[in-house]
Design a protein around this ligand. Structure first.
Ligand code: 26M
Length: 819
């Protein structure tokens, strides 16, 4: 019989059903009677993967033939989240798979729950990288995401007695159907040791790096499929393994344990994601992680290049490499090492190639969050790179002295090497010197970068600086996570918005349609009912879906000011206690987010949220007027169920501290109104949705700086506002901690004595804005109009727009469609 090539990749329900059964049998080794939901999930996942791989092969062939320029997104984090749902959506086979499964007696929604989440990132930065991979594929741009295949991703958060407990994340435990291991695609990565300089037979000066040890980097590929297109790009993550020969030598000398130790030590490099979203220094392993994935990635790019071109002189024409923050910044030195030491290019042409290859995205203004590595540590791990960094810096300093005449000590600030004991290497400076473009992630952030954190670089090279405001993928964060709102939208304006989010503007024409507004309210109501059910399961707290759902879900940080939110909840509680008959808009306040394990203050916030919740939620006097719930283990999967159910999005960071924020965009896209400060992308969100559709409060970034320089006295605000005083006093009294006043003392003392993020200064304005929220909530139809308008005008914040800007302004790459 003739072989039907498409029987393995067809997408009608019958073919899918056959394929699912085959995979259940031949991959899982199960038959329907005994298969667990997880077996079924795996069978479906492999079925989807076959269809992805089919497109991927076609994509690789097309890119190769067309010799397109590729984007390489270098990132220590890719917070991709569960893949089955988004792959079904992007392939457009969700309905068919659902039908196939129901013929097999299975419910797709149950199977979707089986997937462990690949939590290979901390928060915004890692999730941004994942959204950008989705948009790159959807826009048909050849791209590879390069990163680390952490065996343990971000920890799971469990709450015990109100305190966060970290549980290790074993996402690979039951196997990962989405990745394709490529054992043949392996690089040897050097670490430690020393360098030897010598002259070769032709009289050239050469350098040899004699490493102390060698680790293998093995490629693991996850296909990333675009929405509604055939293009399927690659997320290539590196896993660290031991070199076999090492085992052998030690084994032969009888030192079995030394051999095993070496193996364990090597594999440690990709073992675990650092759960901090701030720079940490002094951690050798973190530096090794960074170098490990950067070296493998650059050598992989060179390998690909040399398959097509005779030499590396036009490498930058074939690749645009984006540095996602400074975590991969060692790439600047590593590419120079590869070009000069290993491929024998002269320094100047090599430098020209390198600096035209790289561009750098900055994600933070906090000077203390900028990464630096102590020179002795760098010397120990990467001796050759220290020499190269000194060479880069020497040439750069010569250039700088001529250009700046060292006005106001600019030269010392620009130097890649920071003087001191010990000396340190400033990774942001290395990234700036080695890149042709530097961008911030929101308009305000970029302006502040130019004026403050990177001011000296901006004075030197103003043309290198530009802004690309962040965006998020509407496929995952609207189409997949909020099917009801999506359907309502598509019924009115068609499906064009899915790949052209500005089309949402078409909704404005339906604003005056009372039936539409009614449907809109119903959808939100149903989404809130679903979340209420989930909250009950996870926290045992009952909430009324009629209440206003006000949500703050993001990493826990002082600058994000979850404590300002909590002070407001306590204020409402006090109002009710003082006036038991108070008539008010019933509210459910929902908080969620992980604290870095070593960040004591953030962990105390979580405890406070639980402590306040416990008192408020069971207080008969309060009833349904006020609830406070902490949603445990905020991750991508949970986020997808939270955004669609929010009425109010809390974006209340101290102005000037949140580089962009991306949760703010996801909430608005799902119909929430925002209460927020003029920080990060909030500024631009307010600009597009209209200031009458946004609850603004608080000091501007300028006012924050001004107040700080003129002396900030938090106690002055405490003394001056009776409600603030009452809220803080109640917490300090031990009321929420079984009479133990000590528990929250560090938090209250810190606010009264230091308050680094000016919570007290913004408290009154925040309460005032919350009252305006209540007023609007009392007019449901007006609220609905504003909710619709938020969605209709949010198109700018699609990651498609952001990626288009990167392509035009920085990468100079064009789409390469795949037939
Ligand atoms: C650094 C060194 C060692 C270990 C971890 C890190 C590290 C990891 C993540 C440092 C920072 C990390 O993330 C910072 C981050 O997530 N920044 C956020 O980036 C988002 C995307 O641009 C912005 O929207 C947020 O405003 C910004 O806080």
């Amino acid at each position: 019989p003739k072989l039907d090539l498409h029987s393995r990749t067809g997408t009608n329900a019958d073919t899918l059903q056959r394929a699912i059964l085959d995979n259940l049998f031949y991959i899982q080794g199960r038959f329907p009677d005994v298969a667990t939901p997880h077996d079924w999930y795996q069978a479906v996942a492999y079925t989807v993967r076959d269809r992805q791989l089919h497109r991927w092969v076609k994509t690789a062939q097309t890119y190769k033939k067309q010799k397109s320029r590729s984007v390489c997104y270098l990132s220590a984090e890719f917070l991709i989240g569960p893949m089955l749902g988004s792959n079904l959506v992007n392939l457009g086979i969700e309905d068919e798979v659902r039908e196939a499964l129901s013929a097999l007696g299975q419910d797709l929604d149950v199977l979707l729950e089986q997937e462990p989440e690949p939590g290979l990132g901390n928060g915004g930065l890692g999730r941004l990288a994942a959204c950008y991979m989705d948009s790159l594929a959807t826009l048909e741009i050849p791209a590879i995401g390069y990163g680390i295949r952490y065996e343990f991703g971000i920890f799971h958060q469990r709450i015990e007695n109100g305190w966060q407990k970290e549980i290790s994340d074993q996402w690979l435990h039951l196997g990962n159907p989405w990745e394709v291991p490529r054992p043949l695609l392996t690089f040897r990565v050097n670490l430690g040791g020393h360098t030897e300089h010598y002259t070769d037979d032709h009289g050239n000066h050469r350098v040899r790096w004699e490493p102390e040890r060698v680790v293998l980097g093995v490629a693991h590929d996850t296909p990333i499929i675009g929405y509604g297109v055939n293009n399927t790009n690659l997320l290539r993550l590196w896993k660290a393994e031991a070199e076999q020969s090492f085992d052998f030598e030690a084994f032969n000398t009888g030192d079995y344990y030394a051999a095993v130790e070496e193996k364990v030590k090597s594999e440690t490099i990709s073992k675990v994601l650092y759960p901090n979203d701030e720079a940490i220094s002094g951690k050798t392993l973190r530096l090794e992680q960074q170098y490990f994935f950067v070296s493998c990635s650059l050598r992989d790019m060179i390998r690909i290049h040399l398959q097509q071109e005779p030499d590396l002189s036009n490498f930058h024409e074939k690749f645009a490499a984006q540095l996602n923050d400074t975590h991969p910044a060692i790439a600047v030195a590593e590419l120079m090492r590869l070009l000069v030491d290993e491929h024998h290019m002269d320094w100047n042409p090599a430098w020209s190639v390198a600096s035209r290859t790289f561009s750098y995205t900055n994600h933070t203004l906090l000077p203390e969050a900028l990464e630096t590595w102590s020179l002795p540590l760098l010397q120990q791990v990467l001796p050759r790179h220290v020499e190269i960094i000194y060479e880069i810096n020497m040439r750069f300093m010569d250039q700088v002295r001529v250009l700046t005449h060292d006005v106001c000590g600019a030269v010392t600030r620009l130097s890649i090497i920071e003087e001191g004991e010990p000396k340190r290497v400033r990774m942001a400076n290395l990234a700036c010197v080695g890149s042709h473009a530097i961008n911030g992630v929101a308009a305000l952030h970029t302006e502040l970068l130019k004026k403050t954190t990177l001011n000296d670089f901006h004075n030197l090279w103003p043309e290198k600086f530009l802004n690309v405001t962040n965006g998020v993928t509407p496929r995952r964060f609207l189409l997949l996570s909020n099917p009801k709102q999506s359907k309502l939208i598509s019924d009115r304006i068609g499906e064009g918005w899915i790949t052209d989010l500005e089309k949402l503007r078409g909704l404005e024409a339906h604003l005056d349609d009372a039936g539409f507004r009614e449907d809109w309210r119903r959808v939100k109501r149903e989404n809130k009912e679903a979340l209420a059910k989930l909250l009950k399961e996870r926290t045992y707290v009952d909430v009324d879906p009629q209440s206003l759902f006000s949500v703050q879900a993001k990493r826990i940080h002082e600058y994000k000011r979850q404590h300002l939110h909590l002070l407001y909840v306590v204020t409402l509680y006090n109002r009710i206690i003082n006036n038991p008959n108070l008539s008010m808009a019933p509210r459910v306040h929902i908080l969620g987010g992980k604290a870095a394990p070593g960040y004591a203050m953030a962990k105390l916030f979580i405890k406070l949220a639980h402590a306040v919740g416990e008192m408020v939620n069971r207080d008969q006097m309060v009833g349904d007027r006020l609830k406070l719930v902490f949603f445990p283990n905020f991750n991508v999967k949970n986020a997808q169920r939270i955004y669609p159910a929010a009425d109010l999005s809390e974006q209340i960071s101290t102005a000037g501290f949140e580089a962009s924020g991306t949760g703010n965009m996801k909430f608005s896209m799902n119909g929430a109104l925002t209460i927020g400060t003029l920080d990060g992308a909030n500024v631009e969100i307010r600009e597009v949705v209209g200031d009458e559709n946004f609850f603004l409060f608080g000091m501007t970034a300028e006012e924050v700086v001004h107040l700080k320089t003129n002396g900030y006295h938090p106690r002055h605000y405490y003394d001056g506002n009776a409600e603030l005083r009452a809220a803080m006093d109640l917490i300090a009294s031990g009321y929420f901690s079984h009479g133990e006043a000590d528990v929250f003392k560090p938090l209250i003392d810190n606010l009264l004595e230091h308050d680094p993020f000016m919570v007290l200064a913004d408290y009154e304005a925040y309460c005032h804005a919350q009252s305006q929220v209540d007023d609007l909530w009392a007019q449901p139809d007006l609220w609905t109009r504003k909710s619709i308008l938020n969605v209709a005008r949010i198109g700018k914040f699609s990651s498609d727009r952001a990626i288009r800007e990167y392509c035009e302004k920085i990468w100079k790459v064009q789409p390469t469609p795949v037939d």
